[in-house]
Design a protein around this ligand. Structure first.
Ligand SMILES: *Cc1c(COP(=O)(O)O)cnc(C)c1O
Length: 351
């Protein structure tokens, strides 16, 4: 059967209005990649997989929710959509809006969005509006303007985003053959952890696949759910989760509680080390996407998680190519050499 995206595949499990008109880029169906060397390093005797969401059409998991939100909006005859974004939501909204013939307005915190994300939004002809403020400020603004004017909100406050993003959990249950024992993922505005927990419960109702423990991971400089209060000036290199007041924070805490899991934080150093470690496995993810695995490592080393005989799935939310600067800025590219075998031999074989 030809794959036609998540709405086509999972229509009977998704609560989307009948009037929806499917707008798809064949999102979803992402690989579950085994990472045995890292599992060995962390003590072995367990299975570790990465759900590589960077392979969605616009390079992040946001496409799963966006196909649902845009399909609902088109069915309602909406002409324009708006979102606040740390970058990936903007790129995804821009692409799906372009496909549907809608106008997209995307608000982003100036200077805090990775190059590949803002470029995506521009490429798909969204109206890019940068603000001198944070993501949280942008979200407040788009909620207000969409309440007042005929422009539809496609942030994860939109319930159809949550519906669509559940499909990541469905796919994992099908790929593993059951729910994993532990599912770890980064937490920013907390839509995704809300979706995964809802998705695992939904799939368990119909297919009896069981339930995982949810481990949500925030960046230490923007960890409102760990601190128990909003963070005024969130900071982290993991710009996708640079959020101080998550819209679905309560639901994230509930997911952690109900699943007997936790929400923890990792430092930027731990996150970047894990990004580099995953790249050495051939899986290049953006910094925020490494946070889930960084948190898992931390919990195993602290003895809070005993991985023995478990199946653990880490959601890697976005592709490394979204944020080239983070790599380039840490590296030193050598000067070009003149064309010549001597010179090349010298570079490769001297010392
Ligand atoms: C949006 C995003 C997150 C955070 O997801 P939330 O639903 O906001 O918690 C994490 N990683 C990447 C790459 C993202 O784009």
């Amino acid at each position: 059967m030809i794959y036609k995206g998540i709405i086509h595949k999972y229509s009977e499990l998704l609560d989307l209005p009948a009037y929806s008109i499917t707008v798809s880029l064949n999102e979803g169906n992402t690989p579950l990649i085994p990472i045995p060397r890292l599992a060995n390093e962390l003590g072995g005797d367990f299975k570790l997989f990465i759900k590589y969401e960077g392979l969605n059409p616009t390079g992040s998991f946001k496409d799963r929710g966006m196909t649902a939100a845009i399909s609902e909006a088109v069915g309602r005859n909406v002409k324009s959509v708006i979102c606040a974004s740390t970058g990936n939501t903007a790129a995804s909204a821009a692409a799906y809006s372009a496909r549907a013939g809608l106008k997209a307005f995307v608000l982003m915190p100036a200077g805090k969005v990775a190059a590949g994300k803002i470029t995506g939004a521009i490429a798909h002809q969204a109206e890019v509006i940068q603000i001198d403020g944070s993501f949280d400020d942008a979200l407040e603004l788009v909620v207000k303007i969409s309440d007042k004017h005929p422009v539809s909100l496609v942030n994860s406050i939109n319930p159809y985003r949550i519906e669509g993003q559940q499909t990541g959990a469905f796919e994992i249950c099908e790929q593993v053959g059951s729910a994993p024992d532990i599912c770890c993922l980064p937490v920013g505005n907390a839509g995704n952890i809300t979706s995964y927990w809802k998705g695992f419960r939904r799939f368990n109702e119909v297919k009896h696949t069981g339930l995982p423990q949810m481990l949500g991971v925030q960046a230490a400089g923007s960890a409102p759910l760990v601190l128990g209060e909003p963070v005024k000036n969130p900071e982290t290199v993991a710009t996708a989760i640079r959020i101080g007041n998550p819209a679905r924070g309560e639901e994230a805490l509930q997911a952690a509680h109900e699943s007997n899991g936790r929400i923890i934080s990792c430092t930027d150093k731990e996150i970047l080390e894990m990004q580099s470690r995953l790249a050495q496995e051939g899986v290049w993810v953006e910094p925020a996407s490494a946070a889930g695995v960084a948190g898992l490592k931390k919990e195993i080393l602290l003895g809070n998680i005993d991985p023995k005989d478990k199946t653990i799935v880490a959601i890697c939310t976005g592709h490394g190519m979204k944020d080239p600067d983070i790599i380039v800025n840490q590296a030193e590219l050598k000067e070009p050499i003149p064309v010549g075998l001597d010179k090349l031999e010298e570079v490769i074989f001297s010392n």
